[in-house]
Structure formats: structure tokens, C-alpha cells
Ligand binder design. Structure first.
Ligand code: COA
Length: 551
């Protein structure tokens, strides 16, 4: 059976040349092209005709550049198009071949980039994920170096294209395909940091290498792109049926930087810290985590990002502050409401596993984050004046006497502590063991957390700890008792001894949040009282998500 006759437009090589020229492509330009072949129509000679037209118009003094990304050589837990089962991730990290600029395929760059890559004289930069291909006199300068970290940021080919005043041609695609605009995400400091990974060759050996990158989001380029359209700096036209735009890299990057600075959070600079701390300390319990992180860790720590958004009408008044601590996001919002679109944006990365903050704020975020489970928690606090130390009944005291005295956990206890947490079913929605070890180590090494532990025959069977210790307060976390030792006053004794050691001496107050009524009774007996509503969102695991999608 024959297929139906094509219904599209026939486009000749001469028409391609003429429309590119009338759009403004001319000899000697440095031009980066993003393209969709299928939008043009039926081109005689296909992708090759387009590449030939571009090269011949640019001539021997012009340089043609295209992105050559290999998105499948990246951290698999970040994949969304499509996501893959989590039990594949270790094998993907272990077995993906090392990036090789000669052979690693381009992914989703389109037929034109695919064709251009095979032209003689085309050079490819050596980045496992975000490489570029280029041909012409400026090619070597553009692709000869590309840092592994921040591969689309400063010192990368995007920066070189900016410095060389190159042009961008969007051929049948929109601004969300415009790679150079990623440079704006670095310059505006507007994204959280993520731990990217790729297979590379190191000293002749294939290794899976982790490196810092930003949570880049090209979907957001449409909005600054429309503003750029309105400035008159963009030449518009058609190549075949494809809508096209030609503009300067600098104009696009500058417009995107301004848009991101006005509409998104930015990673704060050290000089912003004192004023922000002053604002946060007006509500020391509600903002306890944020205050603790700001006081305890340097802003450049790789496990931390502190991002602020000021109110649109006043550069001094904070709209919201978002702290990324490892895989957790803490939202602090000094007013009753805050802008939701920036919060949606900053929380939109698969590396984020937990989001917490005031209930009224997180409830507004809930519709935007269906991949998270939101749980309401009670936020309680205690001061010295209302602390009522644990007094066991005689029967309970006799039972407690069969255990050793509680101890303070040291760094060496962290793996056993993480094992205890992993065994507590009520904690099954929380951080996995390895991540927990990383977080506890960071906190204990910085001196911002302390754990009281109960051993039984050498094994840790219960714990109560602090985190985010700061100049006025600390959060009690990790309160748990192994199932077979419950109901004997062990948790009550641990929390009571923490309070006894800490409040009135190191801290004015202590806080905690809970949703387990068994725990709530212990805290309230000791004198903790309601201080607000807290919400905690944890990423649904893949099985839950798949079940939801099927229903
Ligand atoms: C919540 C949890 C930590 C309690 O641990 P535990 O060691 O069994 O707690 P305790 O034995 O100290 O307290 C429980 C019992 O002691 C008794 N008790 C405690 N203080 C008492 C007092 N002053 N007088 C008389 N009885 C007292 C009570 O019978 C109490 O039970 P009740 O509250 O149901 O009446 C434990 O169930 C657990 O690990 N749960 C899962 C993790 C979790 O949810 N942690 C809380 C996170 S916020």
C-alpha cells in the first residue's frame, strides 16, 4: 500500500538562501543556530541544504556554531523526558560510556545539527553534557575549552559567544531552545545548585564524575524572549514555513538577566546576610531553620543555597527566602503571603526531596507540586519557664534503670544512628540512609547539631537530637525509639535531658514539629506549647506516582 501524497510546501535551496539573507544572515558573522527541520516544509536536499546555505552565506570569514548536547550522559535521577525507574539509576551511572567528542551522539538537537556535526572541519567542545560544535575561523576559540562545572556559564562557549558579539538564529524554534540564554541563569545567580553527573574519561579511565551545576530551566526563556521581541532588536521572518528570529547573543542574555533578577529568587551575596538575619529573627521559631543555616554555614558551601526575592515595589522588603540544605528546601516568608510563581520555579527540580515551611504558604504551593505529599505538622516550642522535666512513675523508673544512662552521640555513631532511623517505619517518607549520613555529618562537623542516644547492649535503640542550632534557638528532631523498647519512658527521658541541658543555657527556646500523636503527648507533657502550623512536603516515590498516573 502506498502512503498518501505529502501535503506540505516544497522549499528549494535558493529559497532557503534568500530567506536567510533577508533575515540578516551575512558573511563574516559568528552565528549560533537552533533549528527544527520539520518546521521548514519539504526541503530539497534536506538538512544538508540548510547547512550548505548557512555555511555559504557566512563564507570563509564567518563561523557557524550549534549546540551538541548529549542529555543522556547526565544524572539519571534528574530525567523527566521521560523519567526512568529508580532501580535503573545505579546501572546507568555505572555503564554509560565516557563522553567522546568524536562519537557520542547528539540528543534532541534536530536533524540540522546532526548533519552539521559530520561536516569536515567541524570541531566539538569537550563537555560530556553541554558540548557545542563549530566551524570557521572563530571555532577553535569558542570550543577549545569548556569547564565541567557550570558548562553553560562563565568561561564556557556561551560566554565566548557573548564576548564575540555573536548572533543567534532561531529557525523554527522558540526561545526555550536558545542555549545561550542559560548564561543569564549563571550571571543572575537565580538558580539552585545541583549535583550533576556524567561519564567521562579521566587519565584514560572511564569514570562517573559528579560536578556542580545549576538547576537550569529553559522553559522560562519564553517570557524574557517576548520582551526581547517587543524591543525591536529581533529580526523576524520565515524560512520556508518556519518562523525565524535573528538577534544578538548580548541582547538575549541581558534581557534574560534583567527578567530573572526582577522575577526570580537570587542566591544572596554575603553583604545581604545581616539585614536578612535581622528580618528572620523577628520570628525566631518560624524561621529557625533558615536562621540556623545562615548562621552556621558559609554561603559557598556546596550543600547550601540561600536565595532571596525582594518585593517588586521595594528592594529592601523580603518577599520570601528559600534555603536549600542538601535535598531540602526551607521556605521563609515574613509577610502573610508571598509570590507563588517564583516559589514554584525554585522548587522545580527532581533533586529536591523535601519542602517545608508555614502551612499557609505551602498550601498555596501544593497545586503546583503534585509530585509531593504535603503533611500538616504542629509546630511547638518551649522556654525555660514552662519546662516540666520528665518524672517517671516508680514502675517506669525501675524499667529505665535496666538501661545504660543516655549518651551524647559522636561522629562515629552516625552510621548506627542512620540505621536506627531507617528501621523506624514512621520515618519511611524521610531522607534515605546515605543522604541522612551526609546531612548528619555536615551538621555535626559544623557543631550545629547534638544527639542524645540510648544504647541497649551496645546498640543505639533511641535518639533525640537538635538541628539548626542558632544564636537563640534549635529544632529538636530525630526523636524515635525502636519498636520493642517503646512505652518505657526512653524517648521522654531523652527529650527531657536535651531540654534540661539546652534551654536557658545555650538557647532561649527549643522548637519541634510533629504529626505523630504519640510523640505529641510526650512533648506536651514536658511543657511544649503550640507556636504555629508547619507543613512538610516529601517527594512521592516513583511507585506512588505511577499508580496515580494510571488512575
Ligand atoms: C514517639 C516515640 C518516639 C515514643 O517513644 P517511647 O520511647 O515509646 O516514648 P516514652 O516511653 O517516653 O513515652 C511513651 C509513654 O511513656 C509514659 N510516660 C511518659 N511520661 C510519663 C509521665 N511523666 N508520667 C507517666 N507516664 C509517662 C506514657 O505511658 C507514654 O505513653 P502515652 O503518651 O501513650 O500515655 C516512638 O513511638 C517512636 O519512635 N515513634 C516513631 C517515630 C516518631 O514518630 N517520632 C516523633 C517524631 S516528631
Amino acid at each position: 500500500m502506498t502512503e498518501p501524497i505529502l501535503e506540505t510546501t516544497l522549499v528549494t535551496p535558493a529559497q532557503i538562501r534568500e530567506s536567510l539573507q533577508s533575515l540578516g544572515v551575512h558573511p563574516g558573522q559568528i552565528l549560533i543556530v537552533h533549528s527544527s527541520m520539520k518546521r521548514i516544509g519539504w526541503v530539497i536536499g534536506g538538512a544538508r541544504t540548510v547547512v550548505d546555505a548557512l555555511l555559504s552565506i557566512l563564507g570563509p570569514t564567518g563561523t557557524l556554531v550549534m549546540p551538541a548536547q548529549s542529555g543522556d550522559n547526565s544524572e539519571p535521577s534528574f530525567w523527566v523526558a521521560p523519567p526512568v525507574p529508580s532501580d535503573w539509576w545505579p546501572q546507568i551511572r555505572e555503564l554509560t560510556p565516557a563522553f567522546d567528542p568524536q562519537v557520542t551522539p547528539l540528543r534532541r538537537m534536530g536533524a540540522i545539527a546532526e548533519c552539521f556535526w559530520h561536516y569536515p572541519g567541524v570541531q566539538r567542545s569537550n563537555h560530556p553534557l553541554d558540548s557545542f560544535i563549530a566551524h570557521g575561523p572563530a571555532a577553535t576559540g569558542i570550543v577549545s575549552s569548556q569547564p565541567l562545572e557550570a558548562g553553560l556559564g562563565e568561561q564556557s562557549p556561551t560566554q565566548k559567544l557573548y564576548d564575540l558579539d555573536a548572533r543567534v538564529l532561531l529557525l523554527g524554534v522558540d526561545y526555550d531552545n536558545c542555549t545561550v540564554m542559560h548564561l543569564a541563569e549563571f550571571l543572575s545567580r537565580s538558580r539552585i545548585t545541583v549535583r550533576q553527573g556524567s561519564a567521562i574519561l579521566e587519565n584514560g579511565q572511564r569514570v562517573w564524575r559528579e560536578y556542580q551545576d545549576l538547576a537550569l530551566d529553559s522553559d522560562e526563556f519564553i517570557q524574557p524572549g517576548r520582551l526581547l521581541d517587543a524591543t525591536g532588536q529581533v529580526r523576524r521572518g520565515q524560512v520556508g514555513l518556519a518562523d525565524c528570529r535573528l538577534f544578538r547573543v548580548r541582547d538575549a542574555v541581558d534581557e534574560t538577566v534583567s527578567w530573572l533578577k526582577a522575577n526570580r529568587h537570587h542566591r544572596i551575596l554575603p553583604e545581604e546576610k545581616p539585614a536578612l538575619l535581622e528580618t528572620l529573627k523577628k520570628k525566631p521559631i518560624e524561621n529557625l531553620f533558615a536562621i540556623g543555616d545562615l548562621e552556621n554555614f558559609p554561603l559557598e558551601a556546596d550543600f547550601l543555597d540561600v536565595l532571596a526575592l525582594y518585593q517588586p515595589d521595594s528592594a529592601q522588603r523580603l518577599d520570601s527566602l528559600v534555603v536549600r540544605y542538601h535535598q531540602n528546601l526551607i521556605v521563609a516568608c515574613p509577610e502573610k503571603t508571598c509570590l507563588m510563581e517564583p516559589l514554584r520555579s525554585v522548587s522545580d527540580h527532581p533533586s529536591i526531596q523535601f519542602i517545608s515551611g508555614r502551612t499557609d504558604v505551602l498550601k498555596q504551593l501544593m497545586p503546583h507540586r503534585p509530585e509531593f505529599d504535603f503533611r500538616s505538622m504542629s509546630l511547638l516550642s518551649i522556654e525555660k519557664s514552662n519546662f516540666r522535666p520528665f518524672e517517671p512513675t516508680p514502675a517506669m523508673a525501675a524499667q529505665l534503670a535496666t538501661y545504660q544512662e543516655p549518651e551524647v552521640a559522636s561522629l562515629a555513631d552516625i552510621p548506627a544512628l542512620a540505621d536506627l532511623f531507617a528501621s523506624i517505619t514512621e520515618f519511611s517518607h524521610s531522607t534515605d540512609r546515605e543522604e541522612r549520613i551526609r546531612e548528619l555529618t555536615t551538621a555535626m562537623e559544623s557543631g550545629s547539631c547534638h544527639y542524645a542516644i540510648q544504647r541497649d547492649q551496645g546498640q543505639i535503640i533511641a535518639s533525640a537530637g537538635t538541628t539548626a542550632e542558632n544564636s537563640t534557638s534549635a529544632m529538636i528532631v530525630g526523636v524515635c525509639t525502636a519498636l520493642q523498647h517503646r512505652g518505657r519512658g526512653i524517648a521522654s527521658r531523652l527529650v527531657s535531658s536535651l531540654c534540661n541541658q539546652l534551654i536557658g543555657q545555650r538557647f532561649q527556646s527549643l522548637a519541634l514539629f510533629y504529626d505523630n500523636p504519640d510523640a505529641g503527648r510526650i512533648y506536651r507533657r514536658l511543657g511544649f506549647t503550640d507556636t504555629g502550623d508547619w507543613m512538610m512536603a516529601s517527594r512521592k516515590n516513583q511507585t506512588v506516582l505511577q499508580t496515580l498516573e494510571r488512575n
